[in-house]
Design a protein around this ligand. Structure first.
Ligand SMILES: Nc1nc2c(c(=O)[nH]1)N[C@H]1C(S)=C(S)[C@@H](COP(=O)(O)OP(=O)(O)OC[C@H]3O[C@@H](n4cnc5c(=O)[nH]c(N)nc54)[C@H](O)[C@@H]3O)O[C@H]1N2
Ligand SMILES: Nc1nc2c(c(=O)[nH]1)N[C@H]1C(S)=C(S)[C@@H](COP(=O)(O)OP(=O)(O)OC[C@H]3O[C@@H](n4cnc5c(=O)[nH]c(N)nc54)[C@H](O)[C@@H]3O)O[C@H]1N2
Ligand code: SF4
Ligand SMILES: [Mo]
Length: 712
């Protein structure tokens, strides 16, 4: 076969999701011949999903931006890097001079955490901007974990990870790791891990309003009414304490306080609001507390909902009260080779030190809720956001009320984006700066190794030389920082120093001073196994006195809201809040698919093919009740917005619940976007409600949105 003889094997780490799979890539010249899993990778052990193969589609995509572009009256025009840097530095500096630092907004999208050079260089540049108008995907994602980790363990990033490979009992709320490949729990190949759990006689239990792909892999799955998990989880905690099964570690305090605060959440009351039988609640709680080693875990389904922080607290309580935190087979803190917490490279966190201008929502860790971005741009007055920098994101499709954000963006004086696509958000930019992609740059997961179910380290060098004239993300932020500093004098000496170093230099330094005293050279290649998760408490707590207070005031303070809305006796009120209006109301939840990655990769022919997967799922009984049929176009409406979408009948969804994936709805108004080749669908976030929040911290309640469905 011609051409094949020159093919060589290269290794990399996939950066598309948190699983960090090792890849074996056959390369011929500057072409990818094949992408497979690397069996040698100590974390992924050869696992791979269909998305990895799409890395070559991003590389080959004719719509992919390779040069900076400027928006003009006649469309996008390519400009030189020098001109682009100049425009962006001046645009941001001008707004700051005229209106103050807070008039410059920043949005950090999901792929920020998946790019080494963005992690090392965007953060110092963002600090240089000195703005309180900072937003990120955290507040449509894991913010409740961060708040609870900050309150319980003393650092927002100190998050316990379920030890799935050694547990006897895995209790899961609102996660679909068979599709997501695990989040705040990097567990590539979760199917195999759950099978191994079964084979060693263990059990896994899942609570989710949809019978998901993961539901097929666990020992038992139960429907739970969206947004009510806090009652379910608290009832389990109450039952465990009440039956004398609490065994907290010596450094854990406040058990009596928790018992008193949660006493109202009985299994019977929880059953009435969640739809889970009281007997099941008691049995699962008992099994959890008496299993050899058990791990409770919950993800976006119990995070981006109205009681996200309380749910996350309850899950920590389950682990803490039963003595399963910091125990092999329970949940443990990872010990990554680069430990940003020990190195004090990440802030412990702070809460409510300032509030958003329009709605008075609290900051957490220096960020405001994404649900407030549109109003901060659109509402006139002192302190309005007038310039915006977005990096690796698409909030028009990913923020609640995305259509309002799309309407607000043209009101900006200036907007710049770092992204290699024109998407529904970046299309509003004055300038787009495109970085190299994964295969053209070095990679090391600075953050995600904190979430591995096993401690591992791996640096992968670029698979291909970067094309002429291409810039790495870190080079973009370094140059922006240099020019912005010249114009404003902003930026601390340390941040300016970091901007001058390369990511590899910074990783090498961090590895050498890290807990294993490694170096870049030692982790370059196919991965270093640092072993299973190990106990480390109370030593690694960042709290005063190295103790865990089970009942921090802000969480206790949020309980009244949960009691009022989730405890029957006040059922009438619960129904008003959770199911406002009449019996025609349904609750909207999200959904992810293996071949989607949030709002992008829809240009990849091999990912976009197949049956349409952006339909609204609805139970046949709910269709019947409305005289609707499978395949029909329906109007999905919330208090905040509406879309017309095709409906699919599904027995796998809980009656009273409908499900729509996010990240679709490209090119709605006819503009051809480079993330949209005909995939269709509508944006779920035109229906989700920026007014529906978890009050504690402002996380968007993307799940459990009250909606109606009728014939379109
Ligand atoms: N209704 C609903 N909404 C949701 C969710 C939900 O479950 N339901 N989930 C939420 C969650 S968890 C998240 S994380 C957000 C995600 O939403 P966003 O933070 O908006 O992120 P993405 O959609 O992943 O952003 C993709 C963009 O990043 C660009 N990109 C990819 N890699 C790089 C890179 O290396 N460098 C740069 N500069 N750009 C890059 C792509 O080209 C693309 O334009 O969506 C949230 N929105
Ligand atoms: N293939 C693929 N993988 C991904 C992504 C992707 O877009 N595609 N995105 C990545 C990102 S950014 C993230 S944050 C992770 C997310 O990782 P996961 O959270 O594991 O993924 P989801 O599919 O969002 O799973 C959430 C589950 O919660 C359920 N749910 C909704 N509402 C409720 C509720 O009120 N209570 C309960 N108990 N369950 C509820 C939903 O039905 C859904 O099955 O996935 C990552 N991995
Ligand atoms: S699960 Fe798929 S997308 Fe995630 S890292 Fe592995 S190959 Fe990449
Ligand atoms: Mo996410």
């Amino acid at each position: 076969m011609s051409g094949m003889s020159e093919s060589v094997t290269r290794y990399a780490v996939c950066n598309l999701c948190e699983a960090m799979c090792g890849l074996r890539i056959e390369v011929s010249g500057d072409r990818v011949m094949s992408i497979q899993g690397d069996e040698n990778d100590p974390l992924s052990r050869g696992h791979i999903c269909p998305k990895a193969v799409a890395l070559q589609d991003v590389r080959d995509d004719p719509d992919r931006l390779r040069r900076p572009v400027r928006r003009t009256a006649d469309g996008w025009r390519e400009i030189s890097w020098d001109e682009a840097f100049d425009l962006v530095a001046k645009g941001l500096a001008r707004t700051r001079k005229l209106h103050g630092a807070d008039a410059v907004g920043v949005y950090l999208g999901n792929p920020v955490v998946h790019s080494l050079g963005t992690m090392t260089h965007l953060l110092p540049f963002a600090r240089m901007l000195g703005t309180r108008s900072r937003f990120s995907a955290a507040s449509v994602d894991q913010l409740p974990f961060m708040i609870v980790s900050y309150l319980l363990y003393g650092n927002q990033w100190l998050m316990p990870i379920p030890d799935v490979d050694r547990t006897d009992y895995f209790l899961i709320f609102g996660a679909n790791p068979a599709v997501s490949n695990g989040s705040m729990m990097s567990a590539p190949g979760i199917g195999r891990r759950l099978k191994e759990l079964r084979d060693r006689g263990g059990r896994s239990v899942l609570f989710d309003p949809r019978r998901t792909e993961s539901a097929r892999l666990v020992s038992e799955h139960h429907f739970v009414r969206p947004g009510t998990d806090a009652a379910l989880i608290f009832a389990m905690v109450t039952h465990i304490i009440g039956t004398g099964l609490a065994r907290p570690a010596a450094y854990v305090h406040g058990l009596d306080e928790v018992a008193a605060a949660l006493a109202a959440f009985t299994p019977e009351r929880a059953a009435a609001v969640t739809g889970v039988p009281a007997e099941t609640i008691r049995r699962v709680a008992h099994e959890f507390a008496t299993a050899g080693a058990a791990a409770a875990y919950g993800r976006t389904g119990v995070s981006t909902q109205r009681f996200g922080a309380l749910c996350q607290w309850g899950i920590q309580l389950l682990n803490l009260v039963t003595g399963n935190l910091d125990r092999p087979g329970g949940t443990l803190f990872a010990r990554p080779a680069v430990d940003p917490i020990a190195a004090r490279q990440v802030e412990p966190g702070h809460y409510g030190e300032w509030r958003s201008r329009v709605r008075g929502l609290p900051e957490f860790g220096g960020e405001l809720p994404l649900a407030a971005l549109a109003e901060e741009i659109a509402t006139p007055g002192e302190g309005r956001v007038r310039a915006l920098l977005t990096v690796a994101g698409n909030p028009v499709l990913s923020a609640p009320g995305g259509d309002r954000l799309a309407a607000a963006l043209p009101k900006l004086d200036f907007m710049a984006c770092v992204d290699f696509y024109v998407n529904e958000t970046t299309r509003h930019a004055d300038v787009i700066l495109p970085p190299t992609d994964l295969l053209e740059r070095d990679h090391y997961d600075l953050v995600l190794r904190m979430f591995g179910v096993r401690d591992t380290a791996r640096h992968s060098p670029p698979v291909f030389a970067r094309p002429d004239g291409a810039r790495h993300d870190w080079e973009i932020f370094r140059e922006l920082g240099r020019r912005y500093h010249r114009l404003t004098r902003a930026g601390s000496p340390l941040d300016r120093l970091v901007l001058r170093l390369s990511p590899l230099r910074l990783v090498d330094l961090a590895l050498r001073t890290g807990p294993y005293r490694l170096s870049l050279a030692k982790v370059t290649g196919r991965g270093v196994d640092l072993g299973p998760l190990r106990p480390s408490l109370p030593r690694r707590l960042r709290t005063r006195g190295k103790r865990i207070d089970l009942a921090p005031a802000p969480l206790l303070g949020d309980l009244d809201r949960a009691k009022q809305e989730l405890i029957p006796g006040d059922l009438e009120r619960a129904e008003r809040e959770l199911l406002p209006g009449d019996a025609s109301q349904l609750l909207l939840i999200g959904r992810r698919h293996l071949r989607d990655n949030n709002s992008w990769l829809h240009n990849s022919p091999r990912l976009a093919k197949g049956r349409p997967r952006h339909r609204l799922l609805m139970h046949p009984s709910d269709l019947d009740a409305r005289g609707l049929a499978d395949g029909q176009r329906v109007r999905l409406r919330s208090r905040s917005g509406e879309v017309a979408v095709e409906v699919s009948a599904s027995e796998d969804i809980m009656p009273g619940v409908v499900s729509l994936p996010h990240g679709y709805g490209h090119a709605l108004d006819g503009v051809r976007l480079a993330t949209a080749r005909g995939i269709g669908g509508v944006s779920a976030n035109d229906v989700t409600d920026p007014g529906l929040l978890d009050h504690l911290g402002g996380t968007a309640a993307l799940n459990g949105v009250p909606v109606t469905v009728e014939k379109a």
